[in-house]
Design a protein around this ligand. Structure first.
Ligand SMILES: Nc1ncnc2c1ncn2[C@@H]1O[C@H](COP(=O)(O)OP(=O)(O)OP(=O)(O)O)[C@@H](O)[C@H]1O
Ligand SMILES: [Mg+2]
Length: 364
C-alpha cells in the first residue's frame, strides 16, 4: 500500500509561508498532480513528502505510517527532480543500475531491468555513454530511468519532462501514465504545465500562494472550478472574465454590463441572492464557448471590436476589445474578422461560470 496522507502541513522559510495548512489524501495507485504557478509551493510540498524538507508543522503518513520525521532513505520512494543529480563519472547504464546494485540484485536481473527501463524511455543506444555526453533531455530520461528500475510503490516527480522538446514531452506524457498504471504505483507529479496535469493525472491539486485551491479530477477542475483562480489557470487560451452587476428589472433577474444585459435563470438568481448579496458579479466564459454574429442578435449579445486575429491552423483565435479589455474567442479558421470591425458575441449561459467578483468564489 502506498497511499499518502498529508495533514495540516505547513512550511515557512523565515517570513515566506511556502505551504499553508495542506491537507491531501493520495490514494493507493493514484496519480495526483500538484499544479500551480511558479512559487506556489509545489516543490516544497513534494520535498516534504520525500523527506528532503522538514515541515514547520503538520504530518505525513505513507501507507498509514507516520513518516514525518523518517529519513528519505527509509521511505521506500523514488524521486525524480528537475535537476537530475546523476553520477557524472558513471555511464548511463551504471547510473540506472545504481539503485539495484545497492539493493544487491544479480547482474542478470540488473541488466534485464535496466534494458526494460531504457526501452520504455528510448535511451537503449545511450547506455554506454557517459553522462557528460548527453543533452539535458537525455539526462532527464536517464534520471527517470534510474527511478523506474526499482519499481517503487511511490514515485515523486518534480517537472521531470521540463527539459524535453515538445514532441518528446507529449510522447513521454503518455509513456509515463502507462508506466504508472502498469507498475501499479502511486505517483505525485509536480508541474506548472496544465496540459501535463490534465492529460496525466487521476486528480489534480491546484495550488496558489501556498494554499491548496481545489483537489479534483481533470473534469471537475475544468468544468467545475471552485474559484476564479482555478478557472483562469486551467484552459488555454484562458477563460475570459467579464464584470457586471446583478439587477432586477420588472421582476426579472439580470447580469448587467454597460454594453449588454443578460437575463439570468431564476435558480441562478436565488444562488446569487444567497451567496453574493452585494451583487458584484464576474462571469467566466471559455474562448471556445462563444458564438460570433455579424448582426446584433439580441440584447444579451456582447458588442466587441476585433482587435487582432491569430490563425493557429485548426482554430482561429480572435482578440476582441470590450471596453479596453481583451476577450479571446476560439473559432473556426474560416471565420472572417476584420480589424476594427464590431461583431456580436453570444454564449450559452449553461456553459458559463459565475463568480463573486469580490472574493472570486464560484457561485454556480
Ligand atoms: N530553501 C528555501 N529558502 C527560502 N525560501 C524558499 C526555499 N525554497 C523555496 N522557497 C520559497 O518558497 C516558496 C515556494 O517555493 P517552491 O519551490 O515550493 O515553489 P514551486 O511551486 O515549486 O515553484 P516553481 O514552479 O517555480 O518550481 C517560494 O516563494 C520560494 O521562493
Ligand atoms: Mg518547483
Amino acid at each position: 500500500m502506498a497511499e499518502v496522507e498529508i495533514k495540516n502541513l505547513c512550511k515557512d522559510f523565515g517570513k515566506v509561508r511556502a505551504v499553508i495548512d495542506l491537507n491531501l489524501h493520495v490514494k493507493d495507485r493514484e496519480m495526483v498532480s500538484f499544479l500551480g504557478p511558479s512559487g506556489c509551493g509545489k516543490t516544497t510540498s513534494l520535498r516534504m513528502v520525500g523527506g528532503l524538507e522538514r515541515p514547520t508543522s503538520g504530518q505525513i503518513f505513507l501507507g498509514g505510517k507516520d513518516v514525518t520525521l523518517t529519513p528519505p532513505k527509509d521511505r521506500h520512494i523514488a524521486m525524480v527532480f528537475e535537476t537530475y543529480a546523476l553520477y557524472p563519472r558513471k555511464t548511463v547504464f551504471e547510473n540506472m543500475a545504481f539503485p539495484l546494485r545497492i539493493r544487491k540484485f544479480s547482474n542478470d536481473e540488473i541488466k534485464a531491468k535496466v534494458l526494460e527501463a531504457a526501452k520504455i524511455l528510448d535511451i537503449e543506444e545511450l547506455l554506454n555513454r557517459g553522462i557528460r555526453q548527453l543533452s539535458g533531455g537525455q539526462r532527464q530520461r536517464v534520471a527517470m530511468g534510474r527511478a523506474i528500475v526499482r519499481k517503487p510503490a511511490l514515485f515523486l516527480m518534480d517537472e521531470p519532462l521540463s527539459h524535453l522538446d515538445a514532441k518528446l514531452r507529449t510522447h513521454m506524457r503518455g509513456e509515463l501514465k502507462r508506466l504508472q498504471k502498469d507498475l501499479e504505483t502511486t505517483m505525485i507529479y509536480v508541474t506548472h504545465d496544465q496540459l501535463e496535469a490534465m492529460s496525466m493525472a487521476d486528480r489534480i491539486a491546484v495550488m496558489n500562494l501556498g494554499v491548496l485551491q481545489q483537489l479534483g479530477t481533470p473534469d471537475q477542475i475544468f468544468n467545475h472550478p471552485v474559484n476564479e483562480f482555478v478557472a483562469g489557470f486551467v484552459g488555454d487560451p484562458p477563460m475570459n472574465f467579464i464584470d457586471g452587476q446583478y439587477i432586477e428589472d420588472s421582476g426579472k433577474p439580470y447580469f448587467r454590463h454597460d454594453a449588454f444585459k443578460l437575463e439570468l435563470p431564476e435558480k441562478t438568481a436565488i444562488e446569487i441572492r444567497e451567496k453574493c448579496p452585494h451583487g458584484s458579479l464576474r462571469i467566466g466564459i471559455r474562448p471556445s464557448y462563444f458564438n460570433l454574429h455579424q448582426e446584433k442578435p439580441d440584447i444579451s449579445s456582447i458588442p466587441a471590436e476585433v482587435f487582432i486575429s491569430e490563425p493557429l491552423g485548426e482554430i482561429l483565435i480572435i482578440d476582441f476589445l470590450l471596453e479596453k479589455k481583451i476577450i479571446k474567442v476560439a473559432t473556426s479558421p474560416d471565420v472572417r474578422a476584420n480589424m476594427g470591425e464590431t461583431m456580436w458575441l453570444s454564449f450559452d449561459f449553461a456553459k458559463a461560470h459565475l463568480f463573486d467578483a469580490e472574493s472570486g468564489v464560484s457561485i454556480i
